[in-house]
Design a protein around this ligand. Structure first.
Ligand SMILES: [Zn+2]
Length: 243
């Protein structure tokens, strides 16, 4: 599943279609997207893992779920869910979830909860975390209402970086560590973005899918953890479980 930074990469990759008119629309989506023909794209935006194609009045929201993908100016050997043709190329989305947004996206989305947005608010994240003392930190990081864009890789790497055990309840974590958590959720997302663009993301993983802790030379544990039962990689020795 693409995490926030991958959607930012997509947003940059499709800039060529900004202010371009849709010449034809296709795809096997059940939504009525025919009205997009003749409309001009005003802007591409992202909110966490949501990719937004914004027109004058409405927007198309794309979520890649587990198996979604896209192609720019080429096609895959599969039927696209949504196909958009422009005077200067084409855009194809596969196996993704598509929704239409009828309201102004600025009214629908709280940009301050997107860790990669210029409007990201650490203070708001802190306030939301305070309201959930019994939530496991591994779940809190994946909560898109607090950390939109953070996915499983970012979760594992952030917790390893700040030496916080994924099984900690939010209320048990010292305030300075909560601050670090919030700071690193954004920091690591930008490292992810940079490394992904350079095709060296995996090379920089310290915990995710790793076998040995670089700090302790002890085994990295793998457990399916939290409400969403996601793969969690951590070191029992250097990632502190607060009492
Ligand atoms: Zn360790």
């Amino acid at each position: 599943m693409p995490e926030g930074p991958s959607i930012v990469i997509l947003k940059e990759a499709v800039k060529q279609f900004r202010n371009k008119k849709v010449l034809s629309v296709g795809g096997n989506t059940k939504l009525d997207v025919a009205f997009l023909k003749g409309k001009t794209i005003k802007e591409f935006k992202s909110w966490g893992k949501h990719f937004l194609i914004c027109f004058e009045k409405r927007a198309v929201r794309i979520h890649f779920m587990l198996f979604g993908s896209y192609r720019i100016n080429e096609t895959k050997d599969a039927p696209p869910r949504l196909h958009l043709e422009f005077p200067n190329g084409q855009l194809n989305f596969y196996a993704c979830s598509i929704r239409l947004i009828d309201d102004d996206v600025n009214d629908v989305y709280d940009w301050s909860s997107d860790v990669m947005n210029d409007k990201w608010s650490p203070a708001k994240a802190k306030k939301k975390l305070k309201e959930m003392p019994n939530t496991l930190v591994c779940d809190a990081l994946l909560d898109q209402n607090i950390f939109a864009g953070v996915g499983n890789i970012i979760k594992n790497e952030v917790l390893y970086r700040i030496k916080v055990h994924p099984k900690n309840k939010i209320g048990k974590i010292p305030p300075r560590k909560i601050n670090e958590l919030i700071k690193e959720a954004r920091n690591y997302s930008f490292d992810f973005l940079k490394w992904k663009k350079e095709y060296v993301l995996k090379k920089h993983w310290l915990a995710h899918t790793k076998k040995t802790c670089l700090r302790c030379d002890l085994p990295i544990k793998k457990e399916y953890m939290g409400r969403t039962y996601r793969r969690t990689f951590f070191c029992n020795n250097c990632q502190v479980l607060y009492k």
